[in-house]
Design a protein around this ligand. Structure first.
Ligand code: PMP
Length: 442
C-alpha cells in the first residue's frame, strides 16, 4: 500500500497515599539496579526530594496485600494520557511551586535564560542520559507540540522530496504517522496488521531498498499491542514512536537512530515531548522546514529556540531522578511486569467475562484494552468503577470498550484495586453463557 498526499482525506488522524506505592519493588532488584547505575546518587533537583525518594524505596520487600490507602480524595487513574503520575513527585512540585529553592519565584515565573533554569534543563537532560544510557553521539531534545508534531515533522527532517520512507502500521498512531509522512514523500507500508491486534513480525516486513528511514510504533496505546523486541533493519535509520512505553523498561538506544515520545504518560505533564536522535542524522532538514520544527536547529539551541515548556521540563527532571532512585529501568520493568501480569491473569481467569483483542504474545505492559459482553454492561462497569474511584477506564473513541493504562506512575495497589473490582463486578452482574454476545463487537 502507498500513501501519497492525494490519499490524505483530512488534516486530522484517524488521596492515594503513595509512600508505600513502590514498596514492592523487590529489594534485590533495587540493589542490583543501583549498582548498575554505579551506585550514583540520583540527580536530585531539590534538596527535599532526597529524603522523599529514600522513604519511598526504604520499605522494599513489604508484600502485604492491603486495600488501597486513599488520601487527599485522590483516585487511581487508568487514563491513557495524561496519565497517573508519581504522587511523591507531584508533592515535591507542589512544595516548590510558589518558591523554587529560595529564589522567591515559581518555575512558572522563571526566565528560561536564567542560570537557575539552565541548571534545571541541564540536570533533566543529564538524568535522562544516565537513566536510559543514552550514548554520547545522540542528542536529547525537548520539544513542544507533542508526539504528533514530531511524527508530522519527521519527513521534513529526515527525507528529501521524492524519497521513499517505510512505515509499519499496526494501530491508530502508526497509521496516523504514515498518513502525515505521505504529505512529504512516498510512503511504503512495509507491513500492516489491519486488525490492529498484533505487531507484524520483522520477517514479514517488505522494506524498500534505499528508503530514507523505517518508522514503527513500539506500543500502540489504543490497541494494546507492544513490540517485544527491537527490529533490526540494517543500515537504514530506524525511527520509533515510544510515546506510551518510554522508560517503562530498559532501552538500548544504540539500536535506534531516533526515538521520540510525548511526555504525558510515563514522564510528566503534557506540553513536552522528547526526541533522542543520533547526531549524524541531523543537518539534512529540507530548506523549507520551519525553524521550530528543525531538529538540528533545536539541538543547536539546546532545546531553547524559543521559550521552552519550563514546568514540564522541570517535572520530567524530578521523574527521572525518581526512576533512578527506584533502581532505574530494570527495576521499573520488573514492577511493570508484575502489575501487568496481575491484570492479565484476572482477565484470563474471568472465564470469558472480560476479553481482550490483542494476541497474547504482543500484550502491552502499559495499555490493556478489554471488553465486556454488551455496551450496557460496559456502561454499568464504567459508572461503578468511577464510583469506586477507579477512573479513566473508558476505551478510546476509535476502539470503544474499556482500557486500563498502567504506566510507571500507577502503583501496584491501583492494579490490585482494579482486579478486586473486576471480580466483584463479575459476581454482581453475571452473564448468561447462552446470551447473544454479538454486541461485543459494536
Ligand atoms: N503516539 C502514540 C503511541 C500515542 O499514544 C500518542 C498519544 N496518545 C501520540 C503518538 C500523540 O501524542 P501527542 O498527543 O503528544 O501528540
Amino acid at each position: 500500500m502507498r500513501i501519497t498526499s492525494d490519499s490524505i482525506a483530512s488534516t486530522s488522524g484517524p488521596t492515594l497515599h503513595h509512600s508505600s506505592s513502590y514498596s514492592e519493588l523487590a529489594p534485590d532488584v533495587v540493589e542490583q539496579s543501583r549498582s548498575t547505575h554505579g551506585g550514583r546518587a540520583p540527580n536530585i533537583l531539590s534538596p527535599g526530594s532526597a529524603e522523599l525518594l529514600k522513604a519511598d524505596i526504604g520499605t522494599a520487600g513489604d508484600t502485604r496485600a492491603s486495600a488501597p490507602v486513599l488520601s487527599n480524595n485522590r483516585a487511581f487513574n487508568f487514563a491513557p494520557g495524561p496519565g497517573m503520575l508519581f504522587e511523591d513527585v507531584m508533592l515535591q512540585a507542589h512544595r516548590e511551586f510558589m518558591n523554587w529553592q529560595g529564589t522567591g519565584i515559581s518555575i512558572l515565573e522563571m526566565s528560561h535564560r536564567s542560570p537557575e533554569f539552565g541548571s534545571i534543563i541541564d540536570a533533566t537532560r543529564d538524568s535522562l542520559r544516565t537513566l536510559a544510557n543514552v550514548p554520547a553521539d545522540y542528542e536529547i531534545l525537548f520539544v513542544q507540540g507533542g508526539a504528533t508534531q514530531i511524527f508530522s515533522s519527521l519527513p521534513m527532517n529526515l527525507s528529501k522530496a521524492g524519497d521513499t520512507v517505510d512505515y509499519i502500521v499496526n494501530g491508530y498512531w502508526s497509521e496516523f504517522a504514515a498518513q502525515e509522512a505521505g504529505r512529504y514523500c512516498n510512503v511504503n507500508i512495509a507491513a500492516i496488521d489491519e486488525t490492529f491486534t498484533t505487531c507484524p513480525d520483522r520477517a514479514t516486513w517488505q522494506l524498500t531498498p534505499g528508503a530514507a528511514y523505517v518508522h514503527y510504533c513500539a506500543n500502540e496505546t489504543i490497541h494494546g499491542c507492544e513490540y517485544q523486541e527491537v527490529p533490526d533493519v540494517g543500515d537504514v535509520p530506524l525511527i520509533c514512536d515510544m510515546s506510551s512505553n518510554f522508560l517503562s523498561k530498559p532501552l538500548d538506544v544504540s539500536k535506534f537512530d531516533m526515538i521520540y515520545a510525548g511526555a504525558h504518560k510515563n514522564v510528566g505533564p503534557a506540553g513536552l515531548a522528547i526526541i533522542v536522535v543520533k547526531k549524524k542524522l541531523l543537518g539534512a532538514a529540507r530548506p523549507e522546514t520551519p525553524l521550530m520544527l528543525n531538529f538540528e536547529a533545536l539541538a543547536e539551541a539546546g532545546s531553547m529556540l524559543n521559550t521552552p515548556p519550563v514546568f514540564p521540563i522541570y517535572f520530567a527532571g524530578l521523574v527521572f531522578a525518581k526512576l533512578l532512585a527506584l533502581g532505574g529501568l530494570e527495576a521499573m520493568e520488573q514492577y511493570n511486569r508484575r502489575k501487568a501480569a496481575l491484570l492479565y491473569d484476572a482477565l484470563d481467569q474471568s472465564g470469558g467475562y472480560y476479553t481482550y483483542p490483542m494476541r497474547r504474545e504482543v500484550r502491552s505492559l502499559m495499555n490493556v484494552p478489554f471488553a465486556l459482553a454488551t455496551p450496557a454492561l460496559e456502561a454499568a462497569f464504567l459508572a461503578e468503577a468511577g464510583e469506586a474511584r477507579l477512573l479513566g477506564l473508558k476505551g478510546h473513541k476509535v476502539a470503544g470498550h474499556c482500557r486500563a493504562s498502567i504506566y510507571n506512575g500507577m502503583p501496584l495497589e491501583g492494579v490490585r484495586a482494579l482486579v478486586a473490582f473486576l471480580k466483584d463486578f463479575q459476581k454482581r452482574h453475571p452473564v448468561d453463557a447462552s446470551a447473544d454476545l454479538e454486541m461485543r463487537d459494536e
